[in-house]
Design a binder for this molecule. Structure first.
Ligand SMILES: Nc1ncnc2c1ncn2[C@@H]1O[C@H](COP(=O)(O)OP(=O)(O)OP(=O)(O)O)[C@@H](O)[C@H]1O
Length: 469
């Protein structure tokens, strides 16, 4: 790891458990000088073009005193430009990074001016709207997995990307946390960027609000208004944020009308339907319903498996069917969590050099899967497997050796090893007092058969997935 002066570096701290297996990876931030400003400017660097960064952010320095961040700039002219264009985002980032409100102030420090450097040109207003970094280039239609829960939203988003302003205006997508709304609206934006010269304003409801507050403070509300009215596509993620904020709603109402009248596309996302947005002005609510309101539902099992497989492939990780099944049957309502589990597994596997198998996944994700591991009992396993192979549950504890009985029993022993935390002797005791070597033999035999026979592997995978539900 390389820690250079004035730079924030990240390191991983691995906490070892009793078995010396990495069980916690903590991302740590090592701070040197001016940490808050450094983090803000690092984020801005990702969000704006290099030339704008060099012109407007690089020359700035900042000092922090408790909750107060004083930003020093080389000249008055510079201060005006910086405030108009970036103050709202800087305030937002400061709050995001620290998790608290930071009091920002600006002051001129002429020692920051480099002799002979021309003043940077004022950023072009329209240009500023398309602040590249807010639109996440990773979220595209190509890597969005379509399933029954999201196909309607996906189709609507694609239609809007084909012909913005023409059919579904506004497009209002709503649904629970981590289900792909932000992904889809970024996919629309990315499709439009690659196609043509659309001017796109992409904001979160929070950022729109902060920009307005800043504009009111600076007496530049006209600027604010004009900026938004020059765009071809206005995208607001998490519009619910403006509910209950009268001045922001008022402003947004006029922007909406101005854009709608000239057939410019408006795309909104929310965690709730317009009807359920309490504290929303009635005239906004009715406008949100003018176009298409579409809800996104949690993905079904097949879609979750497909998402996992696609994300694992993107991350260059091999994940076997059982691990995918384990995650997909357990994490059902939030794709972001599913993705998080995969990231955690990958990080642990990389750092410990272990292969990602079910035992490893259960260990690493035990906080997430804990309930489920405890919830599956030997009785459940025996009952379901006996039913699957059409034998009497009593045969699970018998000593009959005929294949029709012995084989399902071995599958059940294998499933107990996979799905419970019991030891081999404990499992043996539940199968009519069998020796632990009998259980070990069964576990090895079924594992080998799975390796050699793809159909059987799939059959066992299905049985296990069924048990996890
Ligand atoms: N169908 C999908 N295909 C591929 N990735 C998906 C899909 N659905 C969600 N994701 C991924 O899940 C993560 C969370 O999605 P996203 O941020 O779009 O959720 P959201 O609905 O906007 O949630 P929030 O309301 O919390 O903002 C993203 O990394 C996204 O790429």
């Amino acid at each position: 790891m390389n820690i250079s002066e004035g730079v924030i570096d990240t390191c991983f701290l691995i906490e070892l458990d009793d078995n010396q297996e990495a069980c916690t990876i903590l991302a740590m931030t090592i701070e040197n000088t001016s940490p808050l400003w450094q983090q803000i400017s690092d984020r801005l660097k990702d969000e704006i073009s290099v030339s704008r960064f060099d012109a407007w952010i690089r020359p700035v320095s900042a000092t922090q005193n408790g909750q107060k961040l004083t930003i020093a700039v080389p000249s008055r002219f510079f201060m005006e430009g910086l405030k108009n264009s970036y103050a709202a985002r800087i305030a937002e980032l400061a709050a995001e990074v620290t998790g608290t409100d930071i009091d920002l102030s600006y002051q001129v420090d002429t020692s920051l001016a480099t002799q002979g450097d021309p003043e940077p040109a004022m950023p072009d207003e329209a240009d500023l709207l398309l602040v590249d970094g807010y639109i996440d280039p990773r979220f595209t239609f190509e890597n969005f997995i379509v399933g029954s829960g999201n196909e309607f939203c996906h189709a609507a988003a694609q239609a809007v990307a084909e012909k913005p302003g023409a059919i579904y205006n506004p497009l209002y997508l709503y649904g629970g946390v981590g289900l792909g709304k932000t992904h889809l609206i970024n996919a629309v934006a990315n499709a439009l960027i690659s196609k043509n010269n659309y001017r796109i304003a992409y904001r979160t409801g929070e950022r729109f609000t902060n920009e307005l507050i800043q504009a009111i403070r600076n007496g530049s509300t006209d600027n604010f208004r004009n900026q938004y009215r020059q765009v071809d596509v206005l995208i607001i993620d998490d519009i619910q944020f403006i509910a209950g904020k009268d001045r922001t709603q008022e402003e947004f109402f006029h922007t909406f009308n101005a854009l709608y009248e000239i057939k410019k596309q408006i795309i909104l996302t929310s965690d709730r339907s317009p009807r359920d947005l309490t504290n929303l002005m009635e005239r906004l609510r009715s406008r949100f319903n003018w176009g298409l309101v579409a809800d996104i539902q949690p993905p079904d099992l097949e879609t979750r498996l497909a998402i996992l497989s696609s994300k694992a492939e993107l991350a260059g990780v091999h994940m076997d069917r059982d691990v995918a099944n384990l995650l997909a049957t357990r994490i059902t309502n939030n794709v972001r969590e599913l993705e998080g589990a995969l990231t955690r597994l990958t990080a642990h596997a990389t750092l410990t050099g272990r292969t990602i198998d079910v035992t490893f996944a259960r260990h690493v994700l035990r906080d997430l899967l804990h309930e489920e591991i405890r919830a599956i009992s030997v009785e459940d396993i025996q009952k379901q497997i006996a039913a699957y192979y059409n034998i009497n549950i009593r045969e699970m504890s018998s000593s009959k050796r005929s294949r029709t009985v012995a084989f399902p029993r071995q599958v059940a022993m294998y499933a107990c090893k996979e799905l419970t935390t019991m030891s081999l002797p404990e499992i043996g005791a539940r199968f009519g007092g069998k020796d632990h070597t009998t259980i070990l033999y069964a576990v090895r035999k079924i594992a080998k058969m799975r390796d050699e026979d793809e159909d059987f592997d799939e059959e066992v995978s299905r049985i296990i997935a069924q048990l996890r539900r």
